[in-house]
Ligand binder design. Structure first.
Ligand code: 5GP
Length: 187
């Protein structure tokens, strides 16, 4: 008997600045039906970011409550802010058999692996270290101090690649988005 093909939880992770959000945005343009979890964060919105779309922007107190009430599937502190995945929306979709995508940092990916071993962990790698530095610096939205913190975190994150099930190298947004969709069994 053929094994049941069941959509599962896919986690996309990789260093800050590698292009995770660009890949995800492209993927959703081509396949709007793919559902991406919207995280809660204590970070302030960047220009153009909308609450409820890119993130749920919350205060420290509100984040504390989400944690205390067990409403987050996982959460982590990253470069001075907290980020977490609201649990209920993810579980509802998985229960309905729909594919779910999380775009989260390395610590979050590790927590998901612990609590949901069947999740598929995908690592998005930069074509080179130089390219990652260029992208993080060129974004122009963060201060030098924040960039330094993110580059420091990136070194740790790059070293964790072997913990993931699959690595995709971000040479082309279109290619990576297509590969990710195939891994999620959407196409
Ligand atoms: P940014 O501030 O650049 O939007 O995100 C910083 C880092 O936090 C990125 O690596 C992003 O993937 C990660 N991140 C976003 N949402 C979540 C989340 O819900 N949980 C965790 N653990 N990391 C997240």
């Amino acid at each position: 008997m053929a094994a049941e093909v069941r959509p599962r939880l896919t986690v996309l992770s990789g260093p800050s600045g590698v292009g995770k959000s660009t890949v995800v945005a492209h993927m959703r343009k081509v396949h709007p039906e793919v559902w991406l979890s919207v995280s809660a964060t204590t970070r302030k919105p960047r220009p153009g970011e909308q609450g409820g779309v890119h993130y749920f922007f919350v205060t420290d107190d509100e984040f504390d409550k989400l944690v205390a009430n067990g409403e987050l599937l996982e959460w982590a502190e990253f470069a001075g802010n907290r980020y977490g995945t609201p649990r209920a929306a993810v579980m509802e979709r998985l229960d309905r058999g729909e594919p779910v995508l999380l775009e989260i940092d390395l610590q979050g990916a590790r927590l998901v692996r612990e609590s949901m071993p069947e999740a598929q962990l995908v690592f998005l790698a930069p074509p080179s270290w130089e390219e990652l530095v260029r992208r993080l610096t060129g974004r122009g939205t963060e201060s030098q101090e924040v960039i330094e913190r993110r580059l420091e975190a990136a070194k740790t994150e790059l070293a964790a690649e072997a913990e993931f099930d699959t690595t995709l190298v971000n040479t082309s947004v279109e290619d990576v988005a297509r590969e990710l969709l195939a891994l999620m069994a959407v196409v």
